[in-house]
Design a protein around this ligand. Structure first.
Ligand SMILES: Cc1cc2nc3c(=O)[nH]c(=O)nc-3n(C[C@H](O)[C@H](O)[C@H](O)COP(=O)(O)OP(=O)(O)OC[C@H]3O[C@@H](n4cnc5c(N)ncnc54)[C@H](O)[C@@H]3O)c2cc1C
Length: 273
C-alpha cells in the first residue's frame, strides 16, 4: 500500500437517533437451502431506514414460540426489555437490511438457518405473513473513507447479506476482494457483480462455522494490493474477525480506522445470553 495515499475524512454523522417501529412480516422465500429472505413492511419505514447507508442493521423483536408479541412503547429501553419476565419478554436479534424500498415501506432481511439451535432462525423459518414485529435501530458498521480505492470484504455466511448490500452500493468500476465462508456451493446466494472485485468462496463443509480458521486463513491468501487506499470490512464469528483484523494490521499495515471487523456471533453463545 502506498504511504502517500491519505484517507479523506469520513462523512460527519449526526449522533444516531434510534427508533422502535411496529412492523409486519409480509412474505418469505428461500434464497438458498440455508437462507430465508423475509420481507417486512411498516408505514414508518421511510423515516426509519437511512437511505444513504448501504450496510445497516436492525434489531428485529419477535415473540418466542407460542407467545404473543407484547406491546412495546416507542421509547422503551433495553434495561426495561431485559427486566421483563421470560413469559412476556420477546426475543431480539440483529439482521442486516439487505435491501429496502421506501416507497413501498419494505425492507428485506436474509436470515441464515445455521442449525444452532437459535430462536432467531427458528422464528424466521416458521413466521407467517401478517406476523407483527418491532424493529429497533438502525445501526451501521461499514463506514469507508470517501476516497477508498480498494475494498477488502471478508465474512462468514450470516454476513453475506451485508457484503452483498455493500457491493450493491459500490460503483461499477470498484476494485476489491471478497472472501466469504459458506457451508457449500449450494449456500452461495445470488450476488451483485463488480468486475474489479475478485470473489473467493470458502466452504466450511462439515466443520462447524467458527470452529476452523478457514476464513482468516483465506484472508491471509489475498495478495496485498499496491498503490491502493484500502478500506477493510468484515462480519462474522468473533474469533475469526479478530484473527483477520490482526493479519491486516500486521501484514497490510492497516490502521484500526481502516478496518471495521464486527463480531456477528460467538461460538456456543446465544445472542440472548
Ligand atoms: C451487525 C450484525 C448484522 C447481522 N446480520 C445478519 C443477517 O443479515 N443475517 C443473519 O442470519 N444473521 C445476521 N447477524 C447475526 C445474527 O444476529 C446472529 O447469528 C444471531 O446469534 C442469530 O440468532 P439465533 O437466535 O439464530 O441464534 P442464537 O440463539 O443467538 O445462538 C444459538 C446458537 O447458535 C450459534 N450461532 C449463532 N449464530 C450463528 C451463525 N451465524 N452461524 C453459526 N452458528 C451460530 C451460537 O453460537 C449458539 O450456540 C448479524 C449480526 C450483527 C451483529
Amino acid at each position: 500500500m502506498s504511504s502517500e495515499l491519505k484517507a479523506a475524512p469520513r462523512r460527519r454523522r449526526k449522533p444516531p437517533v434510534f427508533q422502535t417501529i411496529p412492523a409486519t412480516v409480509i412474505g418469505s422465500e428461500w434464497i438458498t437451502p440455508r437462507m430465508v429472505r423475509l420481507k417486512i413492511h411498516s408505514d414508518r419505514m421511510a423515516g426509519f431506514v437511512h437511505e444513504s447507508d448501504p450496510d445497516q442493521f436492525v434489531t428485529v423483536i419477535f415473540p418466542r414460540p407460542g407467545q404473543e408479541l407484547i406491546e412495546l412503547a416507542p421509547d422503551f429501553n433495553w434495561d426495561y426489555f431485559y427486566g421483563l419476565p421470560d413469559t412476556d419478554r420477546p426475543q431480539a436479534r440483529n439482521y442486516t437490511v439487505r435491501r429496502f424500498d421506501l416507497a413501498a415501506g419494505t425492507i428485506d432481511v436474509d436470515v441464515l438457518v445455521h442449525g444452532g439451535p437459535g430462536l432467531g432462525e427458528h422464528w424466521a423459518i416458521n413466521v407467517k405473513p401478517g406476523a407483527p414485529v418491532y424493529l429497533w435501530g438502525p445501526r451501521i458498521a461499514y463506514n469507508p473513507f470517501p476516497n477508498a480505492t480498494f475494498f477488502l470484504l471478508f465474512c462468514d455466511e450470516c454476513a453475506v447479506p451485508a457484503a452483498a448490500a455493500i457491493i450493491d452500493s459500490l460503483p461499477a468500476d470498484a476494485r476489491g476482494h471478497l472472501v466469504a465462508e459458506v457451508k457449500n456451493e449450494a449456500a452461495i446466494p445470488p450476488m451483485p457483480v463488480r468486475h474489479g472485485i475478485t470473489v473467493d468462496w470458502v466452504f466450511s463443509d462439515d466443520v462447524e462455522p467458527g470452529e476452523s480458521d478457514r476464513l482468516a486463513g483465506a484472508v491471509q491468501q489475498v495478495p496485498v494490493p499496491n498503490g491502493e487506499l484500502v478500506y477493510a470490512w468484515g462480519g462474522g464469528e468473533m474469533k475469526a474477525m479478530r484473527h483477520a483484523g490482526r493479519h491486516l494490521r500486521k501484514h497490510w499495515g492497516l490502521g484500526t480506522s481502516s478496518i471495521s471487523a464486527t463480531g456477528y456471533w460467538r461460538v456456543g453463545q446465544s445472542n440472548e445470553d
